[in-house]
Design a binder for this molecule. Sequence first.
Ligand SMILES: *[C@@H]1O[C@H](CO)[C@@H](O)[C@H](O)[C@H]1NC(C)=O
Ligand SMILES: *[C@@H]1O[C@H](CO)[C@@H](O)[C@H](O)[C@H]1NC(C)=O
Ligand SMILES: *[C@@H]1O[C@H](CO)[C@@H](O)[C@H](O)[C@H]1NC(C)=O
Ligand SMILES: *[C@@H]1O[C@H](CO)[C@@H](O)[C@H](O)[C@H]1NC(C)=O
Ligand SMILES: *[C@@H]1O[C@H](CO)[C@@H](O)[C@H](O)[C@H]1NC(C)=O
Ligand SMILES: *[C@@H]1O[C@H](CO)[C@@H](O)[C@H](O)[C@H]1NC(C)=O
Length: 429
Amino acid sequence: MLHYFLVLSSLVATIFAENAKDFDGMRLEFVQTLWRHGDRAALDELYPIFESNWTFGGGGLGELTPLGMSQMNDLGTMFRRIYVEEQQFLSHRYVGKEMTSQQCSCARFNELQEKWAGLPEVQTNRKKMLAMNLKVAALYNVTENQATFWPYPDAWKCQRNWFNETLYRELPFYNEQLYREALTTFAPYKQLMEGHFVNSSTVDGIDIAHETQVIQSGALLNELFDRAQEKANCIKAGRNCISSVKELHIRKSQPVNIKDLKYLLENIKVTDEYVFCAPIPVNFSYDCDPQIFKCRKLDFGYKNSADWVTLELLCQFDVPQLTFWVQRFSVKDIVSYATHWFNSENSKLEFAKFKFINPTLENFTIDHLNPMPFCEKRRNRCPFVEEWKDTDMSSGVDILRKDGLLATFYVDPTWVIFYIWHKRFPDDV
Ligand SMILES: *[C@@H]1O[C@H](CO)[C@@H](O)[C@H](O)[C@H]1NC(C)=O
Ligand SMILES: *[C@@H]1O[C@H](CO)[C@@H](O)[C@H](O)[C@H]1NC(C)=O
Ligand SMILES: *[C@@H]1O[C@H](CO)[C@@H](O)[C@H](O)[C@H]1NC(C)=O
Ligand SMILES: *[C@@H]1O[C@H](CO)[C@@H](O)[C@H](O)[C@H]1NC(C)=O
Ligand SMILES: *[C@@H]1O[C@H](CO)[C@@H](O)[C@H](O)[C@H]1NC(C)=O
Ligand SMILES: *[C@@H]1O[C@H](CO)[C@@H](O)[C@H](O)[C@H]1NC(C)=O
């Protein structure tokens, strides 16, 4: 994968470079580069090697290994040679405005997996894989759900640095032959997931092999196209839009420096979504102007990414969709938030979604908001946002605000959802 992207990125650079020579007066405006991360550690621990046994480098489970870091370093060196030294496209010193980076969350093959399950080729390969899982699970003394014992090929591959010294000694059943067998058994299935079938793979008139490749490359090409178009529009309008991005993901395992964060938020315009996946110090709440977020979505996805979001700040966010993937607020806070919305004129909010372990509606004392049980005449059972279009919220209670806006307080075993019905029935506009 990495090689493919390297080729693609150098190709882009080459095409642009030639254009620059061939057409006087033309200026290289924009280069888009795609790459995948380098070698990374196993996603799971597996006896007898645990994360605590690692003696050098590596950011942890699923993170870059020292090899991966050196691969990224090589890649950066190559980019620097091409873009800074040879093409002189970027300044010698890092200038934030010259670059932007985004993580592509391209749709994967999952969408087709249900369809292909019945194909003989898939079934044959799957059977072999499950048999291998059973065999290895038994060796690991796993007794429950043996067929779903998946972590070992990934863990073994990543742990292999250790095999000679440790695994062969600690794990008598483990040997090169078993390792090869696992790789060989999984290889055909991995190829299927990339759309390489031996036999015809047409189901219900859909060519799965073709569609799999289309889905994977299609999302990537769309992403490339959208960004190029965005940039082209900026140039046409005479603006430098590098300082504006659709999504900003802040990912880090160490606490973010508040000054840097403030600088980033103040200098980069985000039109769609912020994703916070890094510990952010609590005292950022003093520095943060909640009005700075002029986007559609705020996502807090890491255990300490929302510590700084006080109830007061929460009530001041002027953003339609809020999601807290970690339990941040108490029952009392959530009731205060709903009360604040009820007494406000906030007409933007679409939903606020709070991770919560085993909430019950009884936990939330909202009698002062005149809660009403579900009624077919008042609203649809399921909301109209993609995320919950199949979630029947008729067990939730409704709250009607004086301006006529209706909200529902709904809980499931892991979430508390405060949903606003800007559209109550399928035919509403
Ligand atoms: C790995 O660490 C575990 C504890 O985390 C320890 O019990 C075990 O002996 C270590 N294994 C090796 C091979 O050092
Ligand atoms: C492809 O189809 C042939 C004929 O039905 C069958 O013998 C062969 O095993 C199939 N190959 C795979 C990889 O499923
Ligand atoms: C499985 O159990 C056997 C017998 O108790 C033991 O010798 C072996 O080390 C265990 N294997 C693992 C991977 O824990
Ligand atoms: C482990 O041993 C095999 C066989 O002796 C050798 O080919 C391989 O390079 C060794 N691997 C490591 C990581 O030392
Ligand atoms: C915020 O808190 C951290 C640690 O709790 C501290 O190091 C830092 O100086 C504080 N920053 C401000 C602006 O108070
Ligand atoms: C919610 O209510 C249940 C009983 O209905 C109670 O057991 C639980 O402790 C309450 N949880 C919270 C967070 O108040």
